[in-house]
Every structure is written in C-alpha cells, then in structure tokens.
Design a protein around this ligand. Structure first.
Ligand code: HEC
Ligand code: HEC
Ligand code: HEC
Ligand code: HEC
Ligand code: HEC
Length: 266
C-alpha cells in the first residue's frame, strides 16, 4: 500500500518534469530507423513555458521566403572556391544569423507533425574553420548575386525528367547534412536528431484545479496516458534496486532504489 502511494507521488513528479519539457520530449525514431537515439544537448536545457528563441519570428519569415530559381551556375572547384572566398574576405561577419530554420515551402510534406529543422549556422561555420565552400558549393553566374546564396535558390523541386541538372531541396539538405555528419562522425544522422516531433498543445487538454496536489496532476495525466503510466511502472528505471555501499551503519546490508521504499525518486 505504502509503496503504491510513493509510486503515485513519484509518477506525479516525473510527469510534471515531463510536462515542463513536453515540447522537447525525446521521441522514438520513426519505424525503419534502427540507429540508436543520440544524446543531444537539448535534453539538458528544458525551455521555460512560453519561451521562444531569439529572432524566432524573423527566422520563420526567412524560412518561408520564396527564392527565384537560379538557372545558370558557375561551376568552381571546391578548394579554388574556398581560396577565392578567403581572398575576398568573406567570413563570419557575413553571417547574419546564428541559426537558420530550415522549413521551406518547397519541401514541407509533414509540417504539421514535425518542427522545422533548426540549423546552427555560425556554430557550423566555426566547427568547419570558416570554410564557407564546404556547403555553399556553387555561385550564380550573375556577378551581382551574393557569393553565398541560399540552397533554395538552386535546389527546389525534386529531380524530374525535365530538371535533371540538380537534385531537389530535400535531397540536397539530406545528402549534404548527413554525408558530412557521417564522414566526420559528428552531428546527428538519425531522424530525430534533426526532426523533433510536434507535441500536442496541452494547455487546452489538461484540466486541473488551482494549486493541484501532486496526486491530482498524476491522475489527470493518466486520464489520457494510462498506457504510458503502466509502461513506466514496468521499466527497469522504475524497478531497480541494489545494495547500498554508502549507507552508514547499514552498509551493503540494505537494498535501496526505486524498487524498494526509497523516497528519493528523481
Ligand atoms: C542532419 C539533419 C537531418 C537528418 C538527420 C534528417 N533530416 Fe530530414 N530534413 C532535414 C532538413 C534540413 C530538411 C528540409 C526542411 C525544410 O526545408 O523544410 C528535411 C526534410 C525532411 C522531410 C520533408 C519535410 C517535412 O517536414 O515533411 C522529410 C519527410 C524528412 N526530412 C524525413 C527524414 C527522415 C525519415 C530522416 C531519417 C532517416 C531524416 N529526415 C533525417 C534534415 C535532416
Ligand atoms: C555546414 C554548412 C554551411 C557552412 C559551412 C556555411 N553555410 Fe551559410 N548556409 C548554409 C545553409 C544550409 C543555409 C540556409 C540556406 C537556405 O535557407 O536554404 C545558409 C545560409 C547562408 C546565408 C543566407 C543566404 C540567404 O539568402 O538566405 C548566408 C549569407 C551565408 N549562409 C553565408 C555563409 C558564410 C559567409 C559562410 C562561411 C563563413 C557560410 N555561410 C558557411 C550552410 C552553410
Ligand atoms: C548557385 C546554385 C547552387 C546553390 C546555391 C547550391 N547548389 Fe547544390 N548543386 C547545384 C548544382 C548545379 C548541382 C548539380 C551538379 C553536381 O552534382 O555537382 C548541385 C548538386 C548538389 C548536391 C549533389 C552533389 C552530388 O554529390 O551529387 C548536393 C548534396 C547539394 N547540391 C547540396 C546543396 C546545399 C545543401 C546547398 C546550400 C548550402 C546548395 N547545394 C547550394 C547548384 C547549387
Ligand atoms: C561539412 C560538414 C557538415 C555539414 C554539411 C553539416 N554539418 Fe551539422 N555538424 C557538423 C559538425 C562538425 C557538427 C558538430 C559541431 C560541434 O559539436 O561543435 C555538427 C553538428 C550538428 C548538429 C548538432 C549540434 C547543433 O549545433 O545543434 C545539428 C542539429 C546539425 N549539425 C544539423 C545540420 C544540418 C541540418 C545540416 C544541413 C543543412 C548540417 N548539419 C550540415 C558538420 C556538418
Ligand atoms: C485530454 C487528454 C490528455 C491529457 C489530460 C494529457 N495528455 Fe499528454 N497527450 C495527449 C495526446 C492526444 C497526445 C499526442 C498523442 C501521443 O503522442 O500519444 C499527448 C502527448 C503527450 C506527450 C508527447 C508524447 C510524444 O511522444 O510526443 C507528453 C510528454 C505528454 N503528452 C505528457 C502529458 C502530461 C505530463 C500530462 C499531465 C500533466 C498529459 N500529457 C495530459 C493527450 C492528453
């Protein structure tokens, strides 16, 4: 009986924590992706409620900007292009955004299910020693066009018989992002590393009295998430128990852990 109460209490704490980071909750990769979920920094920095990233509005606007299709491109050897960009002094100062949302209308097919891909532009350029040509591989033939043009101005529709010259935007991103991450063994290559699932807005779903008791919160979550609650109670995370090497007087003789009556559930 007592353990049951403790379990309910601990569930409430866990669910409250989950609630606070619901938007960031790690989601399992879609079926077919066998790679294990990588640890990401996101989990360590749950966002306060109502928080939005700096310049989020601006980033959303830019993500949805339509670009005119660039017909002619100047082909240039990558090392040559890198050298030329360096000679021209193109570098970090030309990067206005620290991050870019990649949420182009040219590719969105499941935009209601997944958040836009957040791409840390400055951080990438820094990790790659300012080598802009690593990603900005061609420039438009028009001499007045900026040196580093958005990928979307050249990669738009999927490759068709009529447009065999270059791959579509989704493929261009996936190929460039994932190939490099694979080669450098850095950065995510699994789907959820870049695509976070959009969570349902719980503001309207959850109904609680003012200053609810922890048990009331748990009960309210379980109203819809009974299965998740049951699953949790069967996990090793919940059931673990073991000897207690550091407990004074009872050293090693007492079993501690969540599977016992330990109150310290975190
Ligand atoms: C390194 C980052 C990265 C990884 C890993 C990644 N993607 Fe993407 N994905 C992107 C980017 C960037 C876009 C383009 C987003 C845009 O401009 O709308 C995209 C677009 C998509 C789209 C079309 C856009 C949409 O919202 O419907 C689908 C579908 C998609 N990815 C599926 C996957 C799947 C499945 C995996 C795992 C096999 C995966 N992606 C792994 C970065 C990534
Ligand atoms: C790891 C790949 C990568 C590197 C390295 C990189 N960029 Fe980018 N850059 C991108 C992507 C992806 C975008 C988003 C383009 C889009 O919206 O399709 C972008 C966008 C830009 C834009 C905005 C283009 C526009 O019209 O929206 C500028 C300017 C830019 N980069 C400059 C630079 C400069 C200067 C460097 C080198 C110091 C650099 N970039 C290095 C990938 C990269
Ligand atoms: C000025 C036009 C232009 C811009 C801007 C541009 N590309 Fe490309 N890209 C091309 C052309 C043309 C090809 C096809 C020729 C080729 O395969 O080399 C291509 C090919 C590719 C390929 C396939 C390469 C291969 O090995 O088959 C990838 C991946 C790619 N681009 C990614 C990107 C990304 C990501 C960006 C933005 C950071 C970008 N491109 C910006 C013109 C451009
Ligand atoms: C030329 C190589 C290269 C390309 C291309 C590249 N990345 Fe990365 N990426 C890296 C490296 C290196 C790191 C590790 C950076 C670090 O931890 O300092 C990284 C880390 C990341 C991370 C995790 C760290 C963070 O900044 O949040 C994400 C997410 C990511 N990349 C997304 C993308 C997306 C989306 C694209 C394509 C638009 C892309 N990357 C293209 C090299 C690349
Ligand atoms: C009225 C029903 C309802 C209530 C009450 C409710 N949820 Fe949800 N919750 C949903 C639905 C529907 C989804 C989206 C479907 C899914 O992912 O299973 C969801 C999704 C979630 C997710 C994301 C799961 C994922 O994989 O993306 C988390 C985390 C979550 N709920 C936590 C909570 C917590 C914590 C509480 C209590 C404070 C709670 N929910 C109360 C209906 C509810």
């Amino acid at each position: 009986m007592r353990t049951n109460v403790i379990r309910v209490l601990a569930t409430a704490v866990l669910m409250a924590v989950l609630g606070a980071s619901a938007a960031l909750a790690a989601t399992p990769p879609p079926a077919g992706d066998a790679k294990p979920v990588e640890k990401s920094r996101k989990d360590l920095t749950p966002m306060p409620e109502g928080w939005t990233a700096l310049r989020q509005e601006e980033a959303i606007k830019q993500a949805h900007k339509q670009y005119p299709f660039v017909e002619d491109v100047l082909m240039e050897d990558l090392p040559l292009r890198q050298q030329r960009l360096r000679n021209m002094g193109i570098g970090y100062k030309d990067i206005k955004q620290s991050y870019i949302l990649l949420d182009s209308p040219y590719v969105d097919t499941y935009e209601k299910q997944y958040d836009p891909v957040r791409f840390m532009h400055s951080k990438h350029a820094a990790s790659l020693d300012g080598d802009c040509a690593a990603c900005h591989h061609y420039r438009p033939a028009d001499p007045n066009a900026p040196e580093t043009v958005s990928c979307r101005s050249c990669h738009q529709d999927t490759r068709t018989d009529a447009n065999t010259e270059r791959i579509g935007l989704k493929a261009a991103y996936h190929m460039q992002c994932m190939n490099c991450h694979e080669q450098m063994k850095k950065g995510p290559v699994n789907c959820v590393g870049c695509h976070t699932k959009r969570s349902v807005d719980h503001k309207e779903l959850v109904r609680l009295p003012e200053n609810p008791k922890p048990q009331e919160v748990t009960a309210e979550c379980l109203r819809c998430h009974q299965e998740a609650g049951d699953d949790m109670l069967a996990t090793a995370h919940w059931l673990w128990r073991g000897p207690s090497p550091y407990t004074t007087e009872h050293r090693k003789s007492v079993m501690s852990g969540k599977g016992t009556t330990t109150l310290n559930n975190f």
